[in-house]
Design a protein around this ligand. Structure first.
Ligand SMILES: [Fe+2]
Ligand SMILES: [Fe+2]
Length: 300
């Protein structure tokens, strides 16, 4: 990568079934170097989620997906997590490994990631995939599965795991997560604010915030933090911002839901284009019109 040719990343926010043949064709025709999926594919059922995953698997570019709180989990697990019913969480978690294995298989060659480091060819940065299946807020979602699969059973242990990953990285890091970090606002429509409580609150992940802070204290540059989960539209308020910059880091919330929608009677397909060069990292929203796909509408 030289200063004149930035490394180009397409970020796909929470899909929630909004994925089509056009998306496959568009990205396969594009000149992106990497495609990042922030998770949340479903599908009302696991079978529906696998159908979406098989469609995503047709993308012929290097691609990573971090599973969200709806991916590779059962409805009973989600209910247990939402109610913080520990017995239901334990009992319903037993199938998660097999559900995730089926999802991983359906996605291939798109790589499912989490608690992992990736060094895309030609990128001059390391990418850390943070804690998978995050639900946001103070609780660590899907704890039994994370314990069995990764040996992580608390937010404290998750902080330590992410800290270890940071220590293994070079000087320039991009984080990929399902939910963004804590510390960016407590208003209901803050970039990762809690919109489903009238009093709002910061719904970001404390372990991710700690990892970013550790990277900076170690003298490393955090180029970007890319996530989703807290959907852009907030009832009764203006939409939350999809990006912010703090301490030289670009934060991106890609969760425009639905990502396929009608604008002025024409269909638009949403994604975020990120360009990483030696000196800066920039992002813009892309609203692609399948009827005139050579005339992409950009929203800065
Ligand atoms: Fe989510
Ligand atoms: Fe979502």
């Amino acid at each position: 990568m030289s200063e004149g040719t930035p490394y180009r990343i397409a970020v796909i926010g929470d899909i929630h079934k909004s994925w089509s043949d056009f998306d496959v064709e568009f990205f396969n025709r594009s000149d992106y170097d990497l495609v990042l999926f922030v998770g949340d594919l479903p599908g009302r059922t696991h079978r529906g989620t696998l159908d979406v995953a098989r469609q995503i698997a047709r993308v012929q570019l290097p691609a990573l997906l971090i599973p969200g709180n709806h991916d590779g989990v059962s409805v009973m697990q989600l209910i247990g997590e939402l109610q913080q019913n520990q017995r239901l969480i334990e009992r319903s978690s037993r199938k998660q490994e097999s559900l995730c294995e089926e999802l991983e298989e359906a996605l291939r060659p798109v790589q499912m990631c989490g608690y992992s480091i990736h060094r895309p060819a030609g990128s001059l940065f390391d990418l850390i995939a943070a804690r998978p299946h995050s639900m946001g807020g103070p609780h660590m979602g899907f704890r039994p599965h994370l314990k069995r699969k990764f040996g992580v059973e608390s937010l404290t242990q998750s902080k330590e795991r992410l800290r270890d990953l940071v220590d293994q990285c070079g000087p320039r890091i991009i984080f990929l997560a399902h939910n963004g970090p804590k510390g960016l606002g407590a208003e209901r429509n803050a970039i990762w604010g809690c919109d489903f409580r009238s009093e709002g609150g910061d719904f970001g992940d404390a372990d991710l915030e700690a990892a970013i802070s550790h990277a900076r204290k170690s003298g490393k540059q955090v180029l970007a933090v890319i996530a989703g989960h807290m959907h852009h539209r907030v009832r009764g308020l203006t939409e939350r911002p999809w990006r912010t910059t703090q301490s030289g880091t670009l934060y991106i919330n890609a969760a425009r839901v639905p990502r396929i929608f009608r604008l002025n009677s024409e269909m638009r397909h949403h994604h975020i284009a990120v360009e990483v060069s030696q000196s800066q990292t920039e992002a813009r929203e892309e609203l692609i019109n399948p009827g005139a796909s050579s005339q992409a509408s950009q929203v800065s």
